[in-house]
Ligand binder design. Structure first.
Ligand code: ADP
Ligand code: ZN
Length: 743
């Protein structure tokens, strides 16, 4: 470690054996860049650093930040004389060993350069600087000057304290000009103030609920796990509204009592206003937050507070997994089945799986929470790798909603409409009772396809294999894959016939229009990522619904998430079959999870809930499982389907996406990869084939799928495969271990 801790004598003799002492010590620095590995640097004797220290080093003609890494320096590669020196040690707590091991682990697992993973753990470089001490103001004893009534009030408010200028102005009810006047008159003088904690401590016993007996025993088990200070994973299951959140909040209370840190991962943190309000009611203080929409200042302050251990509870999106907690005791992954936890770009990783890895490296408790857990997690629980806790019924005696299908073949909507008569009737009844109804359709915009009635031309994205989605309010067509947008043309661009373009199929905007015609008096709210763009809009939407300023909600999957609306009793699913097409391995499981969650929004308090699924195939196993409320039975059937063919979780998958802006190069690359495909026991390669999204953001794409038996180390197979293939230079290969999406 750092030389100064050694005795001076020992230091001298060692220095003679190794290198001249003035040359300093050789060490490895990992840079947050997509390089092969860490680089060697020389640590000048006057600097003190050990593994985990954040450092500034020269790199080419500029400088870079980096972290002192653990692996042995590479003596052969760079000669002593050519070694460049570390410039400075950053004044920040060193990155802990568990997080360094996580970076290595994720890099090895996903076949990413370690520096690319480190970059995710260094997402707020400004936080490495010592935060500036705040300046306050104090009265100058015995000073004399002109005292106006405003100035007198400000001085009185200040009294014998040291306060920031804005605080003096606020307390005295005067402008900042008055405070500045006092300063220039020499009546008050600046003083450095101790830095206030960025996050107040949540209080474990602020307002705990009385847990029901089954909640109590689940909570006790989690508390015990936290107390044990050892690694373990618990799968916490229970229908929507059964009180799972209260149970894991109790485990968080335990980490607070221990003075340690807790991390909660939520799939849609920007929409979690109700969750946050509830946390604050429970603990008397808000948690720290982490997501992509934080201001640079909040990012810096939060990262620093986490690193210094002064953010006891942090709630975040998947990227929060790479924050520098020094003393992590609990990781909760709520809605663990959500695909939002999978990062699909850059370093492709699954935050739920990596949460388990981090918990293991930290010796922490990990809790996976869901009403409809993934087959992966259930299989792990059944194999005894995870402990399993369940809450069988809804809290407060609320019944589970009654789920029925509407067979669209028997009850077709009227021409040009999308809501079947039985659903319209149910909506009428619900509104007549003064209750709220929600329509769910997982499609933004007005119509997913625009077609020319004259020539059949379909409006398509120039950069992607995708139709353009009409957004009528903006009078534009939009690509949901690349963001390409253009005004809706007055005539068909192909045949030139005017007013010939017609919308095909519904999006939420079109359903809104239909509902406006059917229920002109009802107050409507559309909830989609473009109408609810962030936390403020989500909070306002939730407020309106809770205050009953809204009668009908029309929403995409953002309405499925965790909301608790007491007066909502009817949920209509406009197109329950939507997610089942496409031949994706988990299409059934995902549709089941999403629809179960949407259904769970209905009847959460005393009034019973009802759910209507519009479907062309009510006999489909997914619809049947929903209607019969038989999730375990559904999972059993899924397992029986996947096990014989060794599909996950009974085997392993890795996808390769070969892409290029040059169509022929992409195809050649895919063929090369196909020829170099690994052969061996327990290995199978499917493809190459053009990807379903054959063109995405201007790149032509081909896919290969490696299927391997459970025990196979796919990383080694993939690394060997990639090394053997010679690819055209303009071709990019993306590796996706444990793929979730198959487009
Ligand atoms: P889940 O997370 O399983 O969907 P929640 O924890 O959100 O369920 O609980 C559903 C509702 O019941 C919430 O409004 C919650 O505040 C309330 N609730 C749950 N458990 C209790 C309890 N023991 N005492 C009082 N209210 C509770
Ligand atoms: Zn596009």
């Amino acid at each position: 470690m750092a030389t100064p801790s050694r005795k001076a004598g020992a230091q001298k003799s060692e220095a003679r054996e190794v290198a001249p002492e003035r040359a300093g010590r050789r060490l490895r620095v990992l840079l947050p860049l997509p390089l092969e590995g860490a680089y060697d640097y020389r640590l000048p004797p006057e600097l003190v650093a050990g593994p985990g220290s954040f450092v500034e080093v020269p790199l080419g003609g500029r400088t870079s930040l980096g972290v002192v890494w653990d692996d042995a320096p590479d003596q052969e590669h760079v000669a002593e004389g050519r070694l460049r020196a570390v410039i400075a040690i950053k004044p920040a707590p060193p990155m802990g060993a568990p997080l360094r091991r996580l970076v290595d682990w994720v890099a090895a697992y996903t076949l990413s350069p370690p520096g690319a993973v480190l970059r995710m753990a260094m997402s707020a470089p400004a936080a490495l600087e010592e935060p500036a001490a705040a300046t306050g103001w104090q009265r100058v004893a015995g000073a004399e000057g002109r005292i106006t009534p405003d100035r007198a009030r400000a001085l009185e408010a200040l009294g014998g304290l040291t306060l920031p200028g804005v605080e003096i102005a606020r307390l005295a009810g005067v402008s900042m000009g008055v405070v500045r006047g006092l300063a220039s008159a020499g009546l008050i003088a600046p003083r450095l103030m101790p830095r206030a904690a960025a996050f107040p401590r949540p209080l474990p016993d602020f307002a705990p609920p009385d847990l029901r007996p089954e909640q109590s025993s689940a909570a006790a088990a989690l508390r015990e796990a936290v107390e044990s200070r050892g690694f373990g994973v618990t799968l916490l299951e229970g229908v929507t509204g059964s009180g799972k959140t209260e149970v894991y909040l109790d485990a968080i209370a335990e980490t607070l009592r221990q003075g340690r840190q807790a991390l909660v991962l939520l799939p849609e943190i920007a929409l979690s206003t109700q969750w946050l309000a509830r946390f604050e009611r429970r603990f008397g203080a808000p948690p720290a937050l982490w997501h992509s929409e934080l201001s640079p200042r909040t990012r810096r302050v939060t990262w620093r507070a986490v690193a210094e251990g002064t953010a006891p509870v942090l709630v975040g999106a998947r990227s929060a997994l790479f924050l520098p907690f020094p003393d992590l005791s609990l990781i909760v992954v709520d809605e663990e089945h959500e695909t939002a936890f999978k990062q699909e770009e850059g370093v492709i990783y699954h935050a739920r799986d990596m949460a388990v890895v981090r918990a293991r490296l930290e010796g922490a408790t990990c809790v996976l929470v869901s009403a409809t857990p993934s087959l992966e997690s259930v299989t792990n629980a059944e194999a005894g790798r995870y402990r399993r806790l369940g809450l069988p019924v809804r809290h407060g005696g609320a019944a589970m909603p009654l789920i029925e299908a509407i067979d669209l073949r028997q009850h077709p909507p009227e021409r040009g409409r999308f809501l079947a008569p039985p659903l319209v009737t149910a909506m009428t009844e619900t509104l007549a009772r003064g209750e709220q109804a929600m329509l769910f359709l997982n499609r933004r915009g007005y119509a997913p396809l625009t077609l020319c009635r004259a020539c059949g031309h379909r409006m398509q994205c120039p950069n992607c294999t995708a139709w353009l989605v009409e957004h009528r309010a903006q009078r534009r067509l939009l690509c949901h894959h690349c963001g390409h947008t253009a005004p809706t043309p007055p005539a068909c661009p192909e045949c030139g016939v005017e007013h010939s373009l017609v919308p095909i199929g519904p999006g939420v905007e079109r359903i809104q229009e239909e509902v406006a015609e059917l229920f002109p008096e009802a107050r409507r709210l559309v909830m989609a990522s473009d109408t609810i763009p962030g936390p403020a809009a989500a909070a306002e939407a939730a407020r309106q619904i809770e205050a009953r300023e809204v009668d009908l909600i029309i929403g995409t999957q953002i309405v499925a998430k965790g909301w608790h609306f007491p007066h909502l009793t009817l949920v209509g699913v406009v197109d329950a079959d939507l997610g089942l097409g496409g031949g994706d391995l988990r299409a059934g499981e995902r549709t089941m999870q999403l629809l179960h969650q949407v259904a769970g929004r209905a009847g959460r308090e005393d009034k019973p809930g009802r759910v209507l699924l519009q479907s062309f195939s009510p006999e489909h196993p997914v619809m049947q499982a929903l209607i019969r409320d038989d999730f375990p039975g559904f999972l059993k059937a899924e397992a029986a389907q996947r096990e014989p063919g060794h599909w996950p979780p009974y085997g392993r998958l890795a996808a390769l996406i070969i892409s290029s802006e040059d169509a022929r190069a992409a195809e050649r690359g895919a063929r090369e990869m196909g020829l170099a495909a690994p052969v061996g026991p327990g290995l199978q390669v499917l493809g190459p084939a053009p990807a379903p999204l054959a063109l995405l953001r201007g790149r032509y794409r081909h896919r290969l799928l490696l299927k391997a038996a459970r025990g196979v180390r796919v990383q080694a197979v993939l690394a060997d495969w990639l090394a053997r293939a010679t690819l055209p230079r303009e071709v990019r290969v993306q590796v996706d271990v444990d793929p979730v999406g198959f487009l």
